[in-house]
Structure formats: structure tokens, C-alpha cells
Write a protein that binds this ligand. Structure first.
Ligand SMILES: [Ca+2]
Ligand SMILES: [Ca+2]
Length: 126
């Protein structure tokens, strides 16, 4: 969205929400906090156009410590009403506490899969 910059990791390391959020902070950002459905649609279209949606793309949302109640790891604000993937969040095997942005909606998944992660900066880089 305007006034914001998004940085997608080149690598697909094993995810660790605290570590990756820390890496985003090195750019004065945080793991992406999708605020509205229009931001979700914007990001989905952008990532799909670039061919990145074949990968897992982790966001900053989690329900660690509050099963079923998703919040943002940095702002601690509740996750807004975004479009979820069909049948999700399903907390599959009671192991899914992080959230990735997929083509067919947000999905909860385990917090240690290998994937990309998206940082959001509250300013324009270019
Ligand atoms: Ca969960
Ligand atoms: Ca799921």
C-alpha cells in the first residue's frame, strides 16, 4: 500500500517468527501485518505476478499462546478479518500457529516450515 514498502526474503530458511521479525527490524520494519482485505488482495496479486506464491510466504500473525486467537507478533493487535483459505484456520494436528499468505487465502500452518517471509516497512524505500 502507498507509504509502505514490502521486502520478501530471497532465501527460504526454516521459519522462526521471533528471529525473522528481528531480521525485519534491521530494516526498521516488522513481519508483514496485513490490515485490510484490500491490502491482502494487493499483496496476493503482487506476489502471484512475481511467481512467488508457489512458496510459503509467512506473515507476522500467530496464535502462539492463545489458540484460535490470532494476533500480530510485533503490534500484538488482533488479526483483522481477512479472507481465509477454505476450511482454515484448521489448526491441523494442533500444530498450526503461524499464518502464511496463499493465493486462495490466509492459512494457518506450522511455525517451522521452510519458506519465504515478508517484511513490511512503514515508509517508502524508493
Ligand atoms: Ca493454532
Ligand atoms: Ca491450516
Amino acid at each position: 500500500m502507498s507509504g509502505h514498502t514490502y521486502l520478501l526474503s530471497k532465501e527460504r530458511p526454516r521459519f522462526d517468527i521471533h528471529r525473522m521479525n528481528q531480521l525485519c527490524k534491521e530494516y526498521k520494519g516488522y513481519l508483514v501485518e496485513v490490515d485490510t482485505i484490500s491490502e491482502q488482495v494487493f499483496l496476493r496479486k503482487y506476489l502471484r505476478r512475481k511467481g512467488y506464491l508457489v512458496d510459503i510466504i509467512y506473515t507476522g500473525f500467530t496464535d502462539l499462546g492463545s489458540e484460535g486467537k490470532f494476533y500480530h507478533i510485533e503490534s500484538k493487535k488482533p488479526m483483522p478479518n481477512l479472507t481465509w483459505k477454505w476450511w482454515n484456520p484448521d489448526n491441523w494436528k494442533n500444530e498450526e500457529h503461524c499464518v502464511n499468505l496463499a493465493n486462495d487465502g490466509m492459512n494457518d500452518l506450522r511455525c517451522n516450515a521452510k519458506g519465504r517471509y515478508l517484511c513490511e516497512l512503514n515508509y517508502e524505500l524508493y
